[in-house]
Structures are given as structure tokens and as C-alpha cells.
Design a protein around this ligand. Structure first.
Ligand code: NDP
Length: 331
């Protein structure tokens, strides 16, 4: 087997980078009674992993040093001594940054159907459920309302925009670069997309919002968030999903003057998708239906080989990904 373990934690003097990970080789191992051996086809790279590198109090435990880095995986069962799984089954789970994982079957789900297996790490996986929760349970867009989505073409954001459109809302995307914005409108169905790297981003966002904002799905923080908060309509709903632009390196995203929440009687709610496991079956069922019917589309950036994972991970945190960031682990 081959794997990456977390070798050291980032610090003020030495910011996070690929040097924090160590490449290790070990025996694959044989499944014991009740265990399955999974060969991973794809590893998912997600922003939450950056938070796990820190030894700080958060909603999840830090990643222990010297252990295989946490991560979602899809793959096939290659040996099984667990009656729930047979050799050849395709499964999604949390196998980590490695080629093979041994599991007792807990947290491992069989996947079926014609959709490519890596979709279970994207639109019909954790990012999709994240989008579903924020859209349906926090923003609850009404027909004709305006929903703003940052990181609009990313794993979560791409699903948010399409769910907002399916609800009959107007979807306004914010993304980094002309190519992402073009994709957002032409392929994902956003009504308009504003490039946050434009010098006049603020003015362009304002121009894209003639009817103000009823909902914000915030993935980024920083400038996109500050600018969007200027245009809230009364009774707006803000789903605070992630702050990838700032929070994870310790740079704060200041809350705009809280008076805006009072004056507009708006509601801002942070959420973590793993707190809502009871809703996952419903969410995944609806998302799978949308994907199968072609109502939800997505794009992937695929790094080749486990060795490429650390670089691809840090590139993703800076917007180097275009759609869901994956690592392909098999030829
Ligand atoms: P994405 O696929 O959206 O990738 C991250 C994106 O963030 C980049 O592609 C980039 O998009 C954007 N970005 C990075 N830096 C900046 C910056 N300085 N300014 C503006 N945009 C930036 O990742 P995910 O879809 O996996 O995750 C999106 C967000 O959702 C993250 O904040 C993540 O932590 C959060 N999340 C939260 C969950 C929860 O339970 N609350 C669960 C899953 C994810 P662009 O180039 O378009 O700007």
C-alpha cells in the first residue's frame, strides 16, 4: 500500500504546504473477520482537510500526526470477509489518502447505477448534500427570488446554483476567472456570473443584482461575502457554509456591520453537513434523481496518481480547481 500521513502541522512561521505530508509505503494487509479490503479508484480533496491539519478547537477533531490523512474515497471491494460486501462491489467511504483501505464496513456504502462512481464524491456525495441542506433547509428560495452563490462552479456551489434554479429562483454566481463564469452560465444555468478577480468586481456584482438578494450561499468569505452583504433584501437568508478564502489560514473574515442583519431582519446560519445525517438519504435520493435526469451537471479536475495529491490539494484551496477536485488512483 502507499499513503500520505500528516507529518507536521502548519505554523505562523511555516505556512501549510505539501511539506506537511509524508509519503509512506506499507503492506496492504488481509481482511480479518468482518472486514473488507477496498481498492480506491478516486480520492476526494476537500477544503475541510485544511482545518484538520491544525491542532485547534473546531467542529471536528484534528487529524492525528503520523496517521493516514482523512479523505472520502470511491473504489471496489477486492477481498471481503463481511457478508454485506462482495468482491467487485463499488463502494463509497472514507478510506483516506491511500491506495487501499481495510474497513469493518461501517461508513461504507454500496453504490450502483449508471452514474460514474466518482459522482458519489461530488454531486451525489457530501458536497451535493451540503448544497441541498443549505438551499432547502436554510435559504428555501421562492420562485422569482435571487440567490447569490460564491465558488459558483465548485463541488458545492455548482449544485447550489442548479438547485436554486430548479426552485424557480434567479441564480447569481461569483467565481474566479472568465472561463469559470462562462461555464457557470452556459453549462450550469446561472442567470449571470461575476468574476471576483475583476478590478471592478463590486460594481459588477451590484449591476447583477437589480432586485437585491434574498439568499446567499456563502462558500468563500472575504471580498465576495463583504460585497454581497451590501445588497440584502428584507428577510434574506444567509447559509454560511465555508470561508475558504480566509478562515482556514487564520486570517479572519470580518462580519460586515451587524446592523445590516437587524435592518433587513435577515437570518444568517452556519451549518455543518455531518450534523444532519438523518437527512442524507432523502438528499442523496433527490440528488441522484436530478443527476440521472441530467438536471444537475458538474465538472471535475482530476489529478493523476496519489503522489499528486498534496500539490492538487493546495492548488484547490487557491481556486486552481475547476469543479470537483479529485485524485485518480488507478490507471
Ligand atoms: P470548491 O470546489 O468550491 O473549491 C474551492 C473554491 O474556493 C475554489 O475553486 C475557488 O473558486 C474558491 N476560492 C478559493 N480561494 C478564494 C478566494 N480567495 N476568493 C474567492 N474564491 C476563492 O470546494 P468545495 O465545493 O468542496 O467547498 C466549497 C466551500 O464549502 C468550502 O468553503 C468548504 O469548506 C465548504 N464546505 C462546507 C461544508 C459544511 O458542512 N459546512 C461541507 C463541504 C464543504 P473560484 O476560483 O471560483 O473563486
Amino acid at each position: 500500500n502507499r499513503a500520505f500521513v500528516l507529518n507536521s502541522r502548519p505554523s505562523r512561521e511555516t505556512p501549510a504546504g505539501p511539506h506537511n505530508f509524508r509519503y509512506v509505503e506499507s503492506d496492504i494487509g488481509e481482511p480479518g473477520d468482518g472486514q473488507v479490503l477496498v481498492r480506491h479508484h478516486y480520492l476526494s480533496l476537500d477544503p475541510y482537510m485544511r482545518g484538520r491539519m491544525n491542532d485547534a478547537k473546531s467542529y471536528a477533531q484534528p487529524q492525528p500526526l503520523g496517521e493516514v490523512m482523512v479523505g472520502g474515497t470511491v473504489g471496489e471491494v477486492v477481498a471481503s470477509r463481511n457478508p454485506r460486501f462482495a468482491v467487485g462491489d463499488h463502494v463509497v467511504g472514507s478510506g483516506g489518502w491511500q491506495l487501499y483501505s481495510l474497513s469493518d464496513g461501517r461508513g461504507l456504502r454500496k453504490i450502483e447505477g449508471g452514474t460514474p462512481m466518482q459522482a458519489w464524491l461530488g454531486p451525489v456525495g457530501m458536497p451535493g448534500v451540503t448544497a441541498w441542506y443549505g438551499v432547502n433547509k436554510i435559504i428555501a428560495p421562492q420562485a422569482g427570488e435571487t440567490v447569490v452563490v460564491s465558488a459558483a462552479t465548485g463541488a458545492v456551489g455548482s449544485v447550489v446554483g442548479q438547485l436554486a434554479k430548479l426552485a424557480g429562483a434567479k441564480a447569481v454566481g461569483i467565481a474566479g476567472g472568465a472561463a469559470k463564469c462562462e461555464f457557470a452560465v452556459k453549462e450550469l444555468g446561472y442567470d449571470i456570473c461575476v468574476d471576483h478577480s475583476d478590478a471592478d468586481f463590486g460594481d459588477r456584482l451590484k449591476a447583477a443584482l437589480p432586485d437585491g438578494i434574498n439568499g446567499i450561499f456563502e462558500n468563500v468569505g472575504g471580498k465576495p461575502f463583504e460585497q454581497a452583504m451590501l445588497w440584502l433584501n428584507p428577510f434574506a437568508r444567509i447559509a454560511l457554509c465555508g470561508l475558504v478564502a480566509s478562515g482556514y489560514d487564520g486570517t479572519p473574515t470580518p462580519l460586515p456591520d451587524v446592523r445590516v442583519l437587524l435592518n433587513t431582519r435577515s437570518r444568517m446560519e452556519g451549518f455543518i453537513v455531518s450534523d444532519h445525517m438523518a437527512l442524507w438519504p432523502q438528499a442523496l435520493g433527490e440528488l441522484a434523481g436530478h443527476v440521472a435526469a441530467g438536471r444537475i451537471r458538474w465538472r471535475e479536475t482530476v489529478a493523476q496518481g496519489l503522489e499528486a495529491a498534496p500539490q492538487a490539494f493546495f492548488a484547490m484551496l487557491k481556486g486552481g480547481n475547476f469543479g470537483k477536485q479529485l485524485v485518480k488512483l488507478v490507471e
